[in-house]
Write a protein that binds this ligand. Structure first.
Ligand SMILES: Cc1ncc(C[n+]2csc(CCOP(=O)(O)OP(=O)(O)O)c2C)c(N)n1
Length: 325
């Protein structure tokens, strides 16, 4: 596999993306704790390098489908954080006019087909986008993000079978964080690596260190380039970990604290990225600190705007609703 070295510009965007995901979600947790925000939230903290690494290889013409843990994918695909924050507050200025909330954020202009409350349901959507790209010869790719738990769903197997058979320009990114809700992956998955499942469909597969932006960027870049060349889909398994519970409020009684401490203290994707870029003199510490400040300001501003934004007009309730008579 050809190793792709990210440029300085890509590294700056990657750091901004990962820092934005982290700060956006830390702010959400704070807002929930202070009783300012309601609804069900699943955080992506710990998994930032996967979304940032994959999306660094994509443009607005490529489509991604996301999950219930979707804030990171949206941010990495370029969805506006102000619109996302307003959406979480249910405001009319939200990216989906306040009708979607955390688990249904979509922005077709950015190629974000949507977060998804149904486990595995984004996989056929990305497959459909890949089929469209192939038929219309757009040169685009369809990328599905999903968890290890979703790889047990029928939609996963049906999609991979079809994509492999039709050589679709698709990339299936499994974020294996070791857990599906409160169940360890090995309890419900008989294969050692989810990537092995590709063999059933004669599909190419790769495994990446999901905590390392550089590894995800190189391996997803190779898979995406392969798809664009018309050589068919790839199942890319990224080994990762969610630092917090399954949802905000999860007390984590089922998880071994030593396991979590190991990942949080030694495998933090932001720390791994920072040590590499500073150690190898690829970026300056001052650049990273400037980005930290800019991101913090942007998020504070997004919260203030969302808090001040009016709720949707009840008179618009039936707009954007489709009914088959
Ligand atoms: C079809 C369906 N079944 C069950 C659920 C309940 N549920 C929500 S998240 C989740 C776990 C999914 O695990 P995984 O795919 O590994 O993603 P992770 O939460 O680890 O990111 C389950 C079972 C659901 N939302 N949809």
């Amino acid at each position: 596999m050809r190793t792709m070295e990210p440029t300085e510009e890509i590294l700056l965007v990657a750091y901004r993306t990962m820092r934005t995901i982290r700060s956006f979600e830390e702010k959400l947790v704070e807002l929930v704790t202070r009783g300012k925000l309601g609804g069900f939230l699943h955080t992506y903290i710990g998994e930032e390098a996967v979304a940032a690494g994959v999306c660094a290889n994509l443009s607005d013409d490529d489509h991604v489908a996301s999950t219930h843990r979707g804030h990171g994918h949206c941010i990495a695909k370029g969805v506006d954080v102000r619109g996302m924050m307003a959406e979480l507050f249910g405001a009319g200025s939200g990216i989906c006019k306040g009708r979607g909330g955390s688990m249904h954020i979509a922005d077709l202009g950015r190629g974000m087909l949507g977060a998804n409350g149904i486990v595995g349901a984004g996989i056929p959507l990305a497959t459909g986008a890949a089929l469209t790209a192939k038929l219309k010869k757009t040169g685009g790719v369809g990328v599905a993000f999903f968890g290890d738990g979703a790889s047990n769903q029928g939609a996963f197997h049906e999609s991979l079978n079809m994509a492999a058979n039709w050589k679709l320009p698709a990339v299936y990114v499994c974020e294996n964080n070791g857990w599906g809700e409160f169940t360890p992956t090995e309890f419900v998955v008989p294969v050692a690596d989810i990537a092995e499942r590709a063999r059933s469909y004669a599909m190419h597969s790769l495994i990446a260190d999901g905590m390392d932006f550089f590894d995800v960027y190189a391996k997803s870049g190779a898979a995406i380039a392969r798809a664009r060349r018309g050589e068919g889909p790839t199942l890319l398994e990224c080994k990762t970990y969610r630092f917090a519970g399954h949802y905000v409020g999860d007390t984590l009684v089922y998880r071994n604290k030593l396991e979590a401490d190991h990942w949080i203290n030694h495998r933090d994707p932001l720390q791994i990225f920072t040590s590499r870029v500073v150690g190898d003199r690829l970026l300056a510490v001052e650049d990273l600190q400037r980005i930290d400040r800019e991101v913090a300001d942007r998020i504070e501003e997004a919260v203030s705007a969302a808090e001040a934004a009016p709720l949707p007009d009840p008179g618009d309730l039936l707009e954007d609703v489709y009914v088959q008579r």
